[in-house]
Design a protein around this ligand. Structure first.
Ligand code: C5P
Ligand code: MG
Length: 182
């Protein structure tokens, strides 16, 4: 079977538990990029470093190749593990176009799980190595990512969660969505 995908946008790590319960494999685009940056054999290390420092979005070919490698490996090990939650993707028009070009027909995107919160909450959730890039990242979010979420919203494909609520309340909302859709 081909992969079934849920895209996630928003606060880090609030999806981990429900994800496992419903048999999804969690992939983080940002984490895969950070790992690749550390890999001395990677031809993309320097480029990724520069983009992350500037809070910019890495060219989609790189990001999709990392995501695809993870999905292929997971499904090669167990064909039934074809459900993926992709965190931090798509973040801009380039991400979206790259996905549509290479993955449409090969993977099904069920919906976008959108953790809605203001920039203060958003900022607090960002990992430490990105602190100095915070302002730049917020700009990137407003200019590049939000319009992509809006596009999915117009297609009726966004499930919104109020991420300013308590961890438990957010968890309950996520579980509700997965009970219905997952
Ligand atoms: O979401 P996360 O904090 O893990 O992302 C870290 C950085 O990785 C982002 O600021 C961005 O530079 C890069 N990234 C990217 N493309 C994505 C997701 C993350 O270039 N789709
Ligand atoms: Mg992330």
């Amino acid at each position: 079977p081909q992969p079934i995908i849920i895209f996630v946008c928003g606060v880090e790590d609030q999806t981990q538990d429900p994800v496992h319960k419903y048999g999804y494999t969690h992939l983080s685009a940002g984490e895969l990029l950070r790992d690749e940056r550390k890999n001395p054999d990677s031809q993309y290390g320097e480029l990724i470093e520069k983009y992350i420092k500037d809070g910019k979005i890495v060219p989609v070919e790189i990001t999709i190749s990392l995501l695809k490698r993870e999905m292929d490996q997971t499904m090669a090990a167990n064909a039934e593990k074809n459900k993926f939650l992709i965190d931090g993707f798509p973040r801009n028009q380039d991400n979206l176009q790259g996905w549509n070009k290479t993955m449409v027909g090969k993977a099904d995107v069920s919906f976008v799980l959108f953790f809605d919160c203001d920039n203060e909450v958003r900022g607090k959730s960002l990992s430490c190595d990105n602190r100095e890039s915070l302002e730049k990242r917020i700009q990137t979010y407003l200019q590049s990512t939000k319009p992509i979420i809006d596009l999915y919203e117009e297609m009726g494909k966004v499930k919104k969660i109020d991420a300013s609520k308590s961890v438990d309340e957010v968890f309950d909302e996520v579980v509700k969505i997965f009970d219905k859709e997952g």
